[in-house]
Design a protein around this ligand. Structure first.
Ligand code: ZN
Length: 310
């Protein structure tokens, strides 16, 4: 009886200590199963979700309709960025007020991806006025596909075990992007060549124009940090009247007042120009709507443009 008890206690003790070892190890692993990725813009968060699938936990700093040029990171954002395993930002100074934060985080040992990094200089558009590169690369679908490679490589570096998942997701997505590019080119054909002029609130669509054959004019420059002057409004109004432009476009992440002022300046010259609709420029549409993804946003834009100008 005595012997049996001792053996029983010994077995219990072995089990208890074994359980302690297991729980001691796994409590960390349970928390750490998914790598956390912080993305600055909605375009990047969508891309990270597509490539990362279920293997990645994505947090977006900016919501739909938020202007990245003017965005100031909150203390909570900085905390999220410093805790993330991987941080992806757009770059080319799109996040104009966050540059110092990115520089400071580069000292830490997390993976930091600038999506525009390493793109061939010949594919980038340089602003004549400032000499800076235009950051709105996502509106050339094939250029965005190239840039996406940076994030894909970052995921493999972060999590080599799940390389097969990322590769399969990315390969499938690249085909969808090719199809999207073809769709845009087909839709553009519906607009008479002389009417392929896109006038918007700020210069977000230069890559779109270059890739798909539109002349593009923005009331503000490549950053919304600059203000549109009265001279710009008058000059653009004259241009609209001269070329009998059918429609102007407001942008989801830029206040409408400047475009409305332009419309009024045109009306003062006795010509009517419509507001052709709202384009998504530096942010995707709301989650859960058709424009809540990158592909949905780009499709919504091209449909709006074609409907107003054809
Ligand atoms: Zn912009």
């Amino acid at each position: 009886m005595m012997k049996k008890n001792v053996r029983f206690i010994a077995i219990i003790m072995v089990f208890v200590s074994f359980a302690m070892v297991i729980s001691g190890c796994s409590s960390k692993e349970v928390v750490k199963t998914k790598h956390t990725v912080v993305a600055t813009t909605t375009m990047l968060a969508d891309l990270a979700r597509v490539i990362g699938g279920d293997a990645i936990e994505v947090q977006a700093l900016m919501g739909p309709g938020i202007d990245p040029h003017l965005y100031n990171a909150s203390a909570g954002d900085v905390d999220k960025m410093s805790k993330a395993d991987l941080l992806v930002y757009s770059g080319l100074h799109l996040e104009g007020k966050m540059g110092d934060i990115f520089e400071n985080l580069k000292g830490s040992n997390k993976i930091i991806i600038e999506i525009a990094e390493g793109l061939d200089e010949s594919k980038l558009i340089t602003d004549q006025m400032s000499g800076a590169h235009d950051p709105h690369i996502w509106f050339d679908v094939l250029l965005w596909k190239l840039a996406a490679e940076n994030l894909y490589n970052g995921f493999i570096e972060l999590d080599p075990e799940n390389e097969a998942i990322y590769t399969s997701n990315f390969e499938a997505y690249k085909k969808e992007l090719d199809a999207l590019d073809t769709y845009i080119k087909e839709q553009v054909e519906l607009v008479p060549e002389s009417a392929r002029i896109l006038i918007t609130a700020h210069d977000a669509f230069n890559y779109f124009g270059k890739a798909y054959g539109f002349d593009v004019m923005g009331l503000q420059g490549i950053s919304t940090q600059s203000e549109a002057g009265t001279a710009d409004v008058t000059e653009l109004a004259n241009f609209i009247v001269k070329h009998k432009i059918k429609a102007l476009f407001v942008e989801s992440s830029v206040p409408k007042k400047n475009i409305e002022a332009l419309q009024e300046a045109v009306a003062a010259q006795g010509f009517d120009v419509a507001i052709g609709g709202e384009l998504y420029s530096d942010s995707l549409g709301s989650a859960g709507t058709p424009a809540g993804t990158y592909i949905g946003t780009v499709k919504a834009n091209i449909d709006t443009i074609v409907n107003a100008l054809k």
